[in-house]
Design a protein around this ligand. Structure first.
Ligand code: TYC
Length: 113
């Protein structure tokens, strides 16, 4: 009676272990969860300030920044960028700090992708 097909306890193959990291773990580390930074429209923040932020904080081109600002203005909100959680939260904090410094009510937030 030897039904044992061989291989490590718990299934899989011995080969799984040769790299030291199982495939599931490797995938997790290679693709961390991503988070959208959403910018919301309001009636008071100047268009030029939003464009400036999209360029300086979100590294978008002037043309792209202007198009996105207008999209947010018309639709009510828009995605400024997609990042890891820590980076997304830092961008939101930067947006709020710079807007508050200028006395503008601009709001933004993080949403899981
Ligand atoms: N609605 C603003 C205005 O007319 C412009 C604006 C665009 C404000 C995008 C916020 O996220 C925003 N001055």
């Amino acid at each position: 009676m030897s039904n044992d097909p061989g291989g490590p306890p718990g299934g899989g193959t011995w080969r799984d272990r040769e790299g030291g990291v199982a495939e599931k773990t490797r995938k997790k580390e290679a693709r961390p969860p991503r988070f959208k930074v959403v910018l919301y429209n309001d009636d008071y923040t100047p268009m030029a300030f939003v464009v400036e932020l999209l360029e300086s904080v979100f590294r978008k081109s002037p043309v792209e920044s202007n198009a996105l600002m207008l999209r947010i203005h018309r639709a009510g909100s828009g995605i400024a960028g997609v990042y890891t959680l820590e980076v997304a939260e830092t961008k939101v904090a930067t947006v709020h700090r710079q807007a508050e410094e200028r006395g503008f009510p601009l709001r933004s937030g993080v949403e899981e992708e």
